[in-house]
Design a protein around this ligand. Structure first.
Ligand code: CTP
Length: 396
């Protein structure tokens, strides 16, 4: 991710999850955002403002009528400074106040006065959260354009089980980064990405697959989402957490991936096939577990559909991007695939390189374009590769 100096005003309201808001501040500070914290009176009963002050490296604001430190009117100046406001944790009280136009302390007046987007990350007892009044207030605020990061389910501080736990702090931080992303040039575009491996089932317990981690496809899908696209991710089995803010279709086999892609193909503007698709599948799937018998066991495999090639035949004005995983003659092989599969771009990567590829967070690719250009990129994070790819696509 790029360095930035955007300003995030974090409102902290009084619930037991206040301590988790410290982690959100710490995470955002590490990403180099300017952070200003406003605490409500009840929040200061849970955690001393000094903790937020130390992590944000700014004075914490909690009293609207305190001696002014400058000529500025605090709630107006913070409201103007904010590129984004986040309320974490957001109690039923602050949600209710904002939904009903009440502005009676520094946080609620700042929310009322700001023109920046405001995000609420609610945390409260599950019965409170599911109370129709709270749900009505949330619905009303959503209609006004406020964003909510839904709470998770689990065991709550009061001992109850259910919805109401503050969303994971990493997720909150990623949401904020996504909303503040410096490029929004894919707004209004639809992007479909495939990621991870597919599997070819032999019998109920055995299958053939490959080493794809899904990281490259995820990085592309997240870059597209953060740039404003409506993203569909068709993913094979991976150990990665499903990303937020996109529609995710889980598949296992090549045929399932083919269906997932074809069912959504027509309405897409850009399709990027980063998945490592299993090319062959057993000729015969055994319904029963295969027993060991002779010393040798032969498995006959048959070719499955080349999904990308099929898309190349079907494509109208969509932009189609593929990958070429090669262990030798990278450029020649990638170029062949670019032409055979009727692609606009192909990213060739050398799978024998020990410092990049499969499970690594980095990749080193050459992007080959249908207009004949070859663009070799340095070793960089998979996210940066995704950024370079969309920069290139958007040049058009
Ligand atoms: N691909 C696909 N369907 C397949 C095989 C590959 O859609 N059955 C896509 C991959 O997602 C990738 C591109 O085609 O974007 C190239 O995949 P790769 O494995 O490098 O090449 P193959 O076409 O399978 O050719 P080979 O295995 O002979 O190198």
């Amino acid at each position: 991710m790029t360095k930035n100096k955007k300003t995030v005003v974090i409102g902290v309201t009084g619930g037991i999850a206040v301590y988790k808001a410290l982690d959100v501040v710490s995470k955002l500070k590490k990403k180099d955002y300017e952070i200003h914290v406003i605490m409500t009176d009840s929040a200061t009963k849970f955690v001393n403002p000094l903790s937020f002050q130390t992590l944000s490296q700014n004075i914490v604001n909690y009293d609207m009528f305190c001696e002014p430190k400058a000529w500025e009117i605090q709630h107006i100046s913070l409201a103007k400074k904010a590129d984004l406001m986040v309320v974490v944790p957001a109690t039923a009280n602050i949600i209710g106040k904002v939904a009903n136009g009440i502005a009676d302390d520094l946080l609620s007046t700042t929310i009322m006065a700001t023109k920046a987007p405001v995000v609420f990350a609610p945390a409260m007892n599950t019965n409170m959260y599911n109370n129709s009044i709270v749900q009505d207030n949330i619905r009303k605020l959503r209609e006004y354009g406020y964003t909510f990061i839904n709470p998770a389910s689990g065991r709550l501080a009061c001992g109850d089980e259910g919805e109401g736990k503050l969303a994971d702090t990493e997720l909150i931080s990623k949401h904020i980064e996504s909303m503040l992303y410096d490029k929004k040039d894919l707004l209004g575009k639809k992007v479909l990405v495939t990621a991870g491996p597919t599997i070819a089932q032999i019998d109920p317990v055995r299958y053939i697959t490959n080493r794809s981690s899904g990281k490259m496809g995820y990085a592309i899908a997240e870059e597209a989402r953060d740039r404003g696209a409506e993203v569909t991710l068709v993913k094979g089995p991976t150990s990665l957490e499903p990303p937020f803010g996109m529609s995710v279709i889980n598949v296992r086999t090549t045929d399932e991936m083919l269906d997932g892609v074809l069912n959504n193909f027509n309405e897409q503007d850009i399709i990027i096939k980063a998945a490592a698709v299993a090319d062959y599948k057993p000729k015969q799937y055994s319904e029963q577990k295969i027993k060991k018998a002779s010393d040798e066991f032969n498995l006959t495999l048959i070719k499955g559909t080349d999904i990308l090639k099929k898309l190349g035949q079907l494509k109208k004005d969509q932009i189609l991007v593929g990958f070429a995983a090669e262990s030798n003659d990278l450029l020649q092989n990638a170029e062949k695939k670019l032409k055979n599969k009727n692609l606009d771009y192909i990213l060739g990567n050398d799978i024998t390189a020990s410092d990049t590829g499969f499970a690594s967070d980095d990749n080193r690719v050459t992007i080959l374009c249908s207009d004949g250009r070859n663009i070799p990129l340095e070793k960089m994070s998979k996210r940066q590769v995704a950024r370079e790819l969309f920069d290139l696509i958007n040049e058009k």
